[in-house]
Ligand binder design. Structure first.
Ligand code: NAP
Length: 251
């Protein structure tokens, strides 16, 4: 059970008038979700650390006739809160509201036993995969509150729902993501028009999957483009009543 309607398809202008910020929009799932959002009429705010890759997504959106995206270089390894707060202040000053926030960026870290994991790798994975999620959401809350019906989508993983040997800090960070989602959902429930859910993509043919499973034929898994409707559903008003759920993009 994915918890999502299996046959839902977006209308052509499903995300018209929405502004959606996506982390890790340079490649893989984040890039595909950003392009899909733009094709459905959203203004997308592209964030990532690789500026050339961000510009390439920006150009693709413009070439396809989409709304001019925002381009926001942001390295989620930054541990201080100030850059996240400054970004939010800039967007607030521009009069923006954020209707959708997709926490997608992630790193795999070391695929080895916890006892063999280097402290540096542990800290980077926890920083990028969950602490940055906290810092960015905290900073963007006033922009989410400005939207009439905002949706936060956190990216989970199967190993964030059931622990598995040698998935180390990555699995722990995804368990933390689920915990973060539950706590935030409970805080927001009943008092806010902001909803928050987690989505496990399942196996998807991206750089991260290929690194995690080097012996697997890459084309045995779907490309991100085949799954973007799941993210679109959670970002659209069609999912207005879905809040605090741990969902899966693939069965
Ligand atoms: P991917 O192709 O490796 O993309 C990861 C994205 O995160 C890239 O855009 C990358 O940008 C960005 N990123 C990494 N470190 C960053 C940093 N310090 N600051 C800013 N951005 C950073 O991986 P993916 O498969 O699309 O994964 C997307 C999400 O899905 C992740 O949260 C992952 O855990 C989750 N997931 C994926 C699968 C799967 O099978 N693919 C399964 C379960 C969960 P750079 O170019 O700058 O590195």
């Amino acid at each position: 059970m994915s918890g999502l309607p299996p046959n839902w398809r977006p209308a052509q202008d499903e995300l018209k008038n929405k502004t959606i910020l996506i982390t890790g929009a340079t490649e893989g799932i984040g890039r595909a979700v950003a392009l899909a959002c733009a094709r459905l009429g959203a203004e997308v705010l592209l964030t990532g650390r690789n500026e050339a890759a961000l510009e390439s997504v920006y150009d693709t959106i413009l070439n396809e006739g989409g709304r001019t995206p925002g381009l926001i270089p942001l390295d989620l390894r930054i541990t201080q809160h100030e850059p996240y707060d400054e970004l939010a202040e800039t967007l607030l000053a521009e009069g923006l509201a954020i209707d959708g926030l997709v926490h997608n960026a992630g790193v795999l870290g070391e695929r080895r036993a916890l006892s063999q994991t280097s402290p540096e790798s542990w800290q980077e994975v926890l920083q990028v995969n969950i602490t940055a999620t906290f810092l960015l959401t905290r900073a963007l809350m006033p922009l989410l509150e400005r939207a009439s019906l905002a949706s936060i989508v956190l990216t989970s993983s199967g190993v964030g729902r059931r622990g598995k040997a040698f998935w180390g800090a990555y699995a722990v960070s995804k368990f933390a993501t689920e915990g973060y989602m539950q706590v935030l959902a409970d805080e927001l429930g009943g008092t806010s028009h902001i909803r928050v859910n987690s989505l496990n993509p399942g196996a998807v043919n991206t750089r991260m999957r290929r690194a995690a499973y080097p012996g697997e034929p890459p084309d045995s898994n779907p490309l991100p483009e085949a799954l973007t409707d799941k993210w679109i559903y959670l970002l659209s008003d069609a999912s207005a009543s879905i809040h605090g759920k741990a969902l899966s993009a693939q069965g």
